[in-house]
Write a protein that binds this ligand. Structure first.
Ligand code: PLP
Length: 415
């Protein structure tokens, strides 16, 4: 009875708060919009892999200041942690969700430096792009003993290579890799690698950077044999940048007390804080958390992971179809291509200049992304965030207009 009364009170509070927010928004939004328009600011379409375009309701939900000890805010944190576990199809107690302030890299550094003890360790980093290289940098900064498998950024990770490396290095204690390599847009076979790692030695801890795949690609860490899955608020969940999270196998996390090299990036301590009073140890990004909870609610209401994958996949397929009709070449083999971001090779026509095309598109409120490859000249177009088929068609039409304005004949050429 008391429990039901408590729930009713919470629902009442939530309703009152929603009304308060709606009233507030009604008063402030026209003013904010007017100010933005006066300053010539129109919300551009971001064809980028994060920060990305969020929904209006997500943006609006930040129009309220929470205190970090407010029970309603503590509930937001709790709900996000539970939602993330349910997206991974795991139960609390077998896996834990730890939220931590900062962008995705903070989450990766927190996971690596909490997972790996200060002595008696050897990390294998599997890299096929900038984010694998970033992990190597993290290892260097934190005196982590590591070895690598380095692929070119258009090559997919091969599980047999990992098995071979482990045989050559039986003292490896941790293995880490990227799921969706945002550098190129390819998807690595994390399940196959997990199988090889755990078959070699069940005690090896396996970490996955799922920054740009989480929420669109199914990852069940329990089923796959993954100990850490790390992602952030502002990718496929379409929340606001400002925190990252790790889904960690409970008994693995329990064994990491005292491992961390840094106070703020201590994932174990952060977890202990969240467990003991539901709060972040240090000032939480309150607006970001509230808005991301709204984003997760929208995500779930719209059909969750399968629906998000479907929309992104449709966007990406349409993009590739339209861009290849213009003659653009893709950087990676389509067998490994993900639906998050696509890398196109820069045409060699002397009048084609990426910077010019970027500015031409940006002037029409269409923001794309430069390439990040070490070797080939390229540019990238993201298909995630509040982006729909009609936006893809608008973008490709604008690209065609740019080509026409520069006298680049179609299809575009490569020497
Ligand atoms: C695969 C991957 N890992 C790590 C990161 C780093 O995240 P952040 O830039 O939020 O620190 C990103 C960012 O796009 C990413 O795509």
């Amino acid at each position: 009875m008391l429990f039901i009364q408590g729930i009713n009170k919470l629902i009442k509070q939530e309703k009152a708060e929603t009304t308060k927010v709606a009233e507030c928004t009604k008063k402030t939004e026209p003013k904010v919009q007017e100010e933005c328009e006066n300053a010539g600011q129109i919300q551009p379409k971001l064809f980028t892999p994060g920060p990305l375009l969020t929904s209006k309701t997500v943006k609006r939900s930040m129009n309220y200041d929470y205190g970090s000890r407010d029970p309603q805010f503590i509930k937001v944190v709790k709900d996000i942690r539970n939602d993330i576990l349910s997206i991974c199809e795991v139960q609390k107690g077998e896996y834990e969700c730890v939220l931590i302030q900062g962008s995705g890299t903070y989450g990766i550094e927190a996971a690596l430096t909490t997972a790996i003890p200060k002595t008696n360790h050897k990390l294998l980093i599997i890299a096929n792009g900038a984010y694998g290289i970033r992990q190597q940098k993290i290892a260097q900064y934190n005196n982590i003993n590591y070895i690598t498998i380095d692929y070119d950024d258009n090559q997919v990770v091969v599980a047999e290579d990992v098995a071979k490396k482990l045989q050559e290095n039986p003292d490896v204690t941790h293995v880490s890799m990227i799921h969706s390599e945002t550098t190129s847009g390819l998807i690595n076979p994390i399940e196959e690698v997990a199988k090889v790692v755990k078959a070699f030695n069940q005690n090896i801890i396996f970490l996955v950077d799922a920054m740009s795949s989480f929420g669109a690609y199914r990852i069940n860490p329990k089923e796959a044999g993954i100990d850490y899955v790390v992602a952030s608020s502002n990718k496929n969940l379409q929340g606001i940048p400002g925190f990252s999270f790790a889904v960690v196998k409970t008994d693995v996390l329990l064994a990491t007390k005292g491992n961390a090299r840094s106070l703020v990036l201590d994932l174990y301590d952060q977890w202990q804080g969240l467990e003991s009073n539901g709060q972040f140890r240090f000032t939480p990004p309150t607006h970001v958390l509230k808005a991301t909870k709204v984003a997760i609610d929208e995500y779930l209401a719209l059909g969750g992971l399968p629906a998000r994958f479907k929309r992104y996949n449709n966007n990406q397929k349409l993009l590739v179809q339209k861009m290849t009709e213009l003659g653009f070449k893709l950087y990676i083999d389509q067998a490994f291509q993900g639906c998050i971001i696509t890398t196109f090779l820069t045409p060699t026509h002397p009048s084609f200049k990426f910077e010019e095309m970027y500015n031409f598109l940006a002037s029409q409120g269409l923001v794309i992304y430069p390439g990040k490859l070490t070797k080939a000249d390229s540019f990238r177009i993201g298909s995630i965030g509040e982006i729909y088929e009609e936006d893809i068609l608008t973008l490709v039409k604008a690209i065609q207009e740019y080509l026409k304005s520069k006298g680049v004949s179609l299809p575009v050429s490569y020497n």
